[in-house]
Write a protein of this length. Structure first.
Length: 55
């Protein structure tokens, strides 16, 4: 799994802070999407193993 990107803040003004917050929010959404996919895959693996064990 690739690491989630954390954008660096390089601004100096309140406006830069607001733009950074929006950029960070987008990066977190992307990261959450990746984690959700991994969790879904893992749950499907657990469920398929459980189905094989239960007669």
């Amino acid at each position: 799994m690739t690491q989630c990107e954390i954008p660096k803040f390089t601004g100096a003004t309140w406006s830069d802070s607001a733009l950074y917050a929006m950029t960070l929010k987008q990066a977190l959404r992307i990261c959450k999407g990746r984690l959700d996919e991994v969790i879904q895959w893992r749950n499907s693996q657990i469920n398929s193993r459980y189905r094989k064990e239960v007669p």
